[in-house]
Ligand binder design. Structure first.
Ligand code: 3HC
Length: 269
């Protein structure tokens, strides 16, 4: 999602530094940006020169230090609290004291991430949806200590990026994944219990509810490891058995069948 966020920011005219842990991941991110922008060039919605200018506004770096002049950092590392906390602690020492530190987390507590820094008032959730260039929403999540000023700035920034900002408070899964993941988990239970085939479950939700993708296709698109991590956050956070992950989802993740990105999930790619 990081490359999608870099793309929309650069397209809105911002100078962007896209940072990842290896040159290989950065190259993959730049390739995704190129492919996504090229769709619009092919449809004559973007000129080639404009596309080059957008790409030219994105600098890449493997060193965290490259973010030291940023007025906002949007973190999009793996969905694991310890990894995110390490990144936030490092960002807190590297960036300017008034820089905003936002997280694109799907479900991890913004309040807890804020508490790992000396500036919890400037820590906020900025949850983009996949694919970032297409989806209109940014779910803005206020932690217990997030200031009104930070919230207003992030709201205005989201709108400059061409998105609609909708806000919610910091509880497990926020609103988006509190509602989406139990539906996906239930679809997996329906498959596990033989209520329907993958095609019938997805087809019923697509044709019956007008969802653009069926829940199993969507789970593959999001990544089954990400889905499991989010459901576990709901399960641990609320301590309610209604959020227990389906054993079939755990089995697929154990097998390394993570969806589209690994070539196999509920479907083959
Ligand atoms: N970059 C730029 N444009 C893209 C794109 C990308 N990566 N992917 C698709 N598009 C554009 C296409 O060019 C096309 O544009 P047009 O209609 O203006 O010509 C449009 O999107 C539709 O694409 P396609 O015709 O190729 O395919 P679909 O009609 O099937 O749409 C989809 C693809 C937009 C992904 C649609 O299937 C969809 O909306 N799926 C549901 C996505 C969703 O639910 N996302 C949220 C996931 S949850 C999440 O992210 C939160 C996290 O915390 C888990």
């Amino acid at each position: 999602m990081g490359n999608g966020i870099a793309q929309v920011a650069a397209r809105a005219g911002f100078e962007v530094v896209m940072r990842d842990i290896s040159d290989e991941f950065l190259a993959r991110g730049m390739k995704a940006i190129d492919k996504s922008l090229q769709r619009d060039v092919d449809k004559e919605r973007l000129g080639s020169e404009e596309k080059n200018a957008i790409v030219g506004r994105i600098k890449t770096a493997t060193e965290l230090d490259a973010l030291k002049d940023a007025f906002i950092v949007v973190e999009a590392v793996t969905e694991n609290f310890d990894v995110k906390a390490e990144v936030f602690r490092a960002l807190d020492t590297i960036t300017m004291p008034d820089a905003i530190l936002a997280s694109n987390t799907s479900s991890i507590s913004i309040t807890k991430l804020g508490a790992t820094t000396q500036r919890p008032d400037k820590v906020i959730g900025m949850h983009f949806m996949n694919p970032v260039p297409v989806m209109k929403l940014v779910e803005v999540i206020r932690g217990a200590a997030t200031s009104d000023e930070t919230y207003e700035k992030v709201r205005a920034l989201s709108e400059k990026l061409g998105k609609t900002a909708l806000d919610c408070n910091d509880y497990p899964g926020f609103v988006s994944n509190r509602v989406l993941m139990p539906m996906i988990n239930e679809a997996i239970f329906a498959l596990y219990e033989g209520v329907g085939t993958r095609e019938s479950i997805d087809g019923i939700m697509k044709l019956g509810m007008n969802h653009p993708m069926g829940p199993l296709t969507l789970a593959d698109f999001i990544g089954l490891d990400v889905c499991l991590a989010i459901i576990n956050v709901l399960h641990d956070g609320f301590g309610d058995s209604k959020y227990r992950p389906c054993p079939l989802l755990k089995r697929y993740v154990d097998a390394g069948w993570l969806g589209r990105k690994s070539g196999r999930g509920f479907y083959e790619y």
